[in-house]
Write a protein that binds this ligand. Structure first.
Ligand code: SF4
Length: 226
């Protein structure tokens, strides 16, 4: 771990001490479904939809046998509901047919499930199976480039480059903290540099709002996401 990366990660850890997945779930399968639903949707909205969905189809067996129109209706408000419904049912069928009804705890197997990319797979591995993984979403990629940890726009390359800087046992926590920092402070268009705890360490300090009062007004809080 480089000294600079270690210093930045230390501040992120202090800023976001409680690392937890913001999606509600009671099994690896439910987390898989919630993560698929969270594409282009807030965690808050997903958590409003999943209690009903999981009451009806909370296991691979039940989801595999579900009427696709009923799934679509239950998840409608999360957006892209047709594609998401196909992914949920298709994943459940594959899990039943090829993995004995258990969500596989392996990246290569997970990404073979319909609608499941590396990002979703790593969320499931990290939070349901305690297997560390780096989740490169839009926030993680942007922050990695701003921190000078990677220059790449390719999520797989970013994953490998950052993986060399941060110890493996921290990968899941790092992913969560990067996502939070991206959502709350280091926004895509107007990063709140003047109110950022990384101001002294970040090589990109100054690309966003520098005035402290104006920067404070840009900050987002937990309430914006729950
Ligand atoms: S100093 Fe600015 S660019 Fe760097 S992490 Fe903070 S908000 Fe982002």
């Amino acid at each position: 771990m480089s000294t600079e990366a270690r210093a930045i990660y230390r501040v992120l850890t202090k800023t976001y001490p409680d690392v937890k997945c913001e999606l509600d779930f009671e099994s690896p399968f439910q987390l898989l479904c919630a993560t698929v639903l969270s594409a282009q949707c807030t965690d808050k909205r997903v958590n409003m939809v999943t209690p009903k969905l999981f009451k009806k189809f909370g296991t691979p067996k039940k989801m595999a046998g579900a009427d696709i129109a009923v799934i679509e209706e239950l998840i409608h408000s999360t957006g892209f509901f047709r594609g998401k419904a196909r992914s949920l049912k298709g994943s459940a069928i594959k899990i039943m047919n090829e993995y004995g009804g258990q969500v596989p705890a392996d990246l290569d197997d997970l990404v073979k499930l319909p609608g499941v990319g590396r990002k979703t797979a790593n969320v499931v591995l990290g939070h349901a199976f305690d297997i560390p993984g780096i989740t490169v979403d839009t926030h993680f990629g942007r922050l990695s480039r701003r921190f000078g940890w990677s220059q790449s726009m390719d999520p797989v390359k970013v994953e490998h480059e950052v993986g060399k800087l941060i110890p493996k046992k921290e990968w899941t926590n790092l992913s969560q903290r990067m996502i939070w920092h991206g959502r709350r402070i280091c926004h895509s268009r107007k990063p709140a540099c003047g109110a950022c705890p990384l101001a002294k360490l970040c090589p990109s300090f100054g690309i966003g709002e520098m005035d402290k009062v104006k920067a404070m007004a840009l900050l987002k809080t937990d309430a914006d996401f729950r």
